[in-house]
Design a protein around this ligand. Structure first.
Ligand code: SF4
Length: 277
């Protein structure tokens, strides 16, 4: 029931988005294809919903739009949605696509797709590994203990959490918080690539070894942290994942690990022109 609500909510969002773009409640046919091809939740539905009339407003053209009932195709997670023009989607449309995604096996056990959140024009973007239990439950990235630490790190950098953009390599929780396997990460990367392209941040901070591998194609976060890399001409700073930092809490190494992360973040602050004490 909730999934159906999400589907219809998404359709309304999509209509609103298209209306903003063109003053008409027209949904691009490709978007509709994405919509119906990626929704398996309606596969037992005999007829998909139809919209009979666009809302009239002084600035909009009244248009009769009937979406022909479509039986959504079976869409197993081994298939690639060829009909999805990811490189043409807006952030809202991309979110809709991700919410209905079944491109890898991680869709089987998820409660929520954790797409990412923050300022769509953020200068600073953080990329982690994947959602944990709290994130899966809430549908938001970095909301558990590691997320609270990340929020403190962002504040220390003199940003508010809403001013940056936060997302992960995979949008669905790997069971038991394991590292996503390469096929899962590869299936999900088109979403992240498009997010980066649309947000176009000035700096990306990679949190841990998994984003280091999938964004910079490098291994060894301990060796690589603190050294600038580049992704599509965007400077990239790898550092430790907040959950790694938390592992050292109340140990003799806590201070050392924190100071390494802080040193990496200060380098980013300097680059962004923030005053560093
Ligand atoms: S992890 Fe990514 S590719 Fe896999 S089902 Fe979720 S959104 Fe789709």
């Amino acid at each position: 029931m909730n999934q159906e609500k999400t589907f219809y909510d998404n359709l309304v969002e999509c209509l609103k988005h298209q209306q903003k773009k063109s003053s008409r409640t027209v949904v691009d046919s490709e978007v509709l294809k994405v919509f119906f091809s990626t929704s398996t939740k309606l596969k037992n539905t005999k007829a998909a919903p139809h919209i009979t009339k666009a809302t009239s407003s002084p600035s909009s053209t009244v248009t009769e739009h009937r979406i022909t009932p479509i039986n959504p195709p079976e869409f197993g997670h081994k298939q690639t949605p060829e009909s999805c023009p990811i490189e043409e989607l807006s952030l809202d449309e991309l979110r809709i696509m991700a919410v209905n995604c079944r491109r890898c096996g991680l869709c089987d056990n998820r409660n929520n797709v954790v797409f990412g959140e923050g300022d769509p024009h953020a200068k600073l973007m953080f990329i982690g590994e994947g959602p944990g239990a709290d994130e899966d439950a809430q549908g938001r990235p970095f909301v558990g203990a590691a997320g609270q630490l990340l929020t403190r790190m962002i504040s220390a950098m003199q940003y508010r959490r809403e001013e940056v953009y936060i997302t992960n390599i995979v949008k669905c929780r790997p069971p038991g918080n394991r590292t996503p396997v390469p096929s899962e990460a590869n299936s999900c990367m088109p979403y992240l690539r498009r997010q980066i392209e649309l947000i176009n941040p000035k700096v990306i901070v990679l949190l841990g070894g998994t984003p280091l591998l999938h964004i910079l194609n490098l291994t060894g976060i301990t060796r690589r942290r603190g050294q600038w890399g580049e992704y599509n001409k965007i400077p990239v700073m790898p550092t430790f994942h907040p959950s790694y930092v938390l592992r050292f809490q109340n140990t003799v190494n806590e201070r050392n690990i924190k100071s390494l992360v802080w040193s990496d973040l200060k380098t980013v602050m300097q680059f962004l022109g923030k005053p560093v004490a």
